[in-house]
Ligand binder design. Sequence first.
Ligand SMILES: O=C[C@H](O)[C@H](O)[C@H](O)COP(=O)(O)O
Length: 246
Amino acid sequence: MNSTNRHNSVDYKKDVARKQAAYAAVDEHLQNCQTIGIGSGRTMVHVIDRISELIRQRGWSVRCIPTSYQAKQLILERGLRLFELEHCDEELDWSADSADEIDAELNMIKGGGGCLLQEKIVDTAAGTLVIVCDESKYSSQFGQKWKGGIPLEVVPMAWSLVKRRVESQFGGKALLRESLGKLGPVVTDNGNFLLDWHFEQQHSWEEVDFQLHQMPGVIETGLFIQAASKIYVGKLDGSVSRLVLK
Ligand SMILES: O=C[C@H](O)[C@H](O)[C@H](O)COP(=O)(O)O
């Protein structure tokens, strides 16, 4: 693809939209001496880039707590100050993250990239969760845009048990996520497996999330119910809209 075609491609425009939303989110939240959570995924590359630029320009010191191996690598590659949640004795100032889908009630699906457990821990340790996305992630009904199912992180020896229970209790299919880079299942940063639950009907998602957490073997779900404080949506026309939740 030549550069004119690439710049006109939808994927390129979505990436530009994510970058604009990321820069706006960082510019409006980053301050000196903060401790912040760093989510995972492609969008976070733009967030980290902007954090890195501002810190260098202004001589600031900011402690960054990762939510995955990928996030940790990004923090280190950009020369930012890596900090661990276990050494943090106060609430994080804010956490930045992205999502696979956000519905009209601002519930999110996360974990498409296999990172959800540490994201949920770090994101909920922050007083403010700032989500950055492009408008293609936005749906009027849960599951309308993200076709990968709801990720569930499960203890390896329990995966087939959890699969059967999820399918019999809620319907649909819960598929063990297979690795593309090696034979066998994807293993998360925490040594667990992932089931992608392809549901067949709408549910009360808060109730389903509660029920899933009751199943032995389920470590965490990719359902982030009303978890965000503010969502920055990058639009393909170059604008950024802000949705404030709490
Ligand atoms: O597992 C990955 C995380 O939940 C990501 O935040 C989510 O998949 C969105 O990632 P991206 O920014 O790459 O669309």
